[in-house]
Design a protein around this ligand. Sequence first.
Ligand code: RET
Length: 234
Amino acid sequence: MLLWIGTIGMLLGTVAFIGLGLRAPAGSRYFYVITALITLIAFLSYLAMATGAGQTIVGDRVFYYARYVDWVFTTPLLLLDLALLALARPGRNIGLIGGIIVLDIVMILLGLWAGATAGGGRYVLWFLSTVAMVALLYIVVTRLFAAAESQTPAVQSVFKTLAVLTVILWSLYPVVWLVGAEGFNAIGQTGEVAGFLVLDLLAKVGFGFLLLTNRQALSDIAGAQRQSASSRVS
Ligand code: RET
């Protein structure tokens, strides 16, 4: 039931983002494509889990590995949205963007490995994954916040809202993991599914709405890019 709510929520998000994208401010359509892709991937992952696929038995619990397939693609795309908002010249910051994304993929893969492990060693892997998360959120808060200072007020404001939302929501994932079935099992399998459901809907659909309904910020970015492209030509 909860997994079906996730499936429908992600589908509605995808349809809404595509609809908004049809009326996107000129030159900003890529934000709509990236964000709709995030909810589309999550829709497929929730559909797999709701229909009984994407799961296996580890020890005495069900392990939904489909989540990690979703996250390994969608978390880099969320970070890409943030980086493209903060950085006036993303092309000149490939190292920074790549570094954040590599840390993110390491975080998800260590989490997948932790979840697939039955013994106590999974807590070591959980810890290493959390270290990667703290490092990547630290870079977002320092480097991307500093870079965003040179953007227009509308872009700065939406970037700050989304970055704070990201830091808060992402920090709760390892907590749900730890109290859920993968960890100490204090809230049980259902509690864990519910916890990740709320976080996934806020971090993907909530995030997407805040970003894609902010037409002023998106047209500022598209305008600035047109200007820097024409100044390079002349
Ligand atoms: C795991 C467990 C191991 C420790 C850590 C985790 C972090 C997961 C995160 C997931 C974010 C997912 C999002 C999905 C879609 O919106 C793998 C749970 C640190 C941060 C944002």
